[in-house]
Design a protein around this ligand. Sequence first.
Ligand code: PEP
Length: 254
Amino acid sequence: MERKLIIAANWKMNKGPAETVEFLEAFLPGVDAVTDRCDVVVAPPSVSLAAAGALLADSVVALSAQNCSQFDEGAFTGEVSTSMLNELGTQYVILGHSERRSIFGEEDAVINAKVRKALAADLKPIFCIGETIEEREGGRLEDVLRTQVRDGLAELSAQDMNDTVVAYEPVWAIGTGVTASPEQAQEAHAFVRSLLADLFGAEVAAQVRIQYGGSVKPGNSAELMGQPDIDGALVGGASLEPDSFRALIDNAFA
Ligand code: PEP
């Protein structure tokens, strides 16, 4: 099954509106040369979505949020709803990132509520999963991924899965400079795809795009993206400079 690559920039808490515009003005020219082979997504912080949305309105680059509320509206101080994201032209939303899980205490049930809320609002979830080093070394990799996939994607339909991207991000590789080897990543991706097949059927599993995340750089994107079950990347550090993000994308086809 042919799956188009999808490479997404997760800027985390970096780049206000001015820096977002500066990045996009440098990054956008010429990017259409790659978008027939690769979907390109940028996820600025919430306060920069409007500035990015204005520049990306007619662009081949898609806009993503980094989080959304599981509620519609009301007394939820500090939260951002899916309808607010819709209004800004947002197409994707990153959910279940390990920083949301570990720093902000988001558990599988909350992440699942957010995934379902996003899909109901026509936002495509980039649903993140991944194990800590203790879990991997303790032989619990498969159990952890099984629970995250089963509980985080509970009650989704096959159609919902067509609109969902999964990001496998081993926590020990995020922001550490340590990358999973292509073999380690491929093995985990194949396992995640088998979990999706158990839950949604082989046909659905074969078309779900599974990104790898964890210290992807221009120097390792080719080898990682060359693995059969790796369909793109979720990129933190190396997405902060236009040249580095562009080189990482270009090299993914090398
Ligand atoms: C991420 O934030 O999802 C990530 C993978 O970060 P980095 O590329 O910096 O490891």
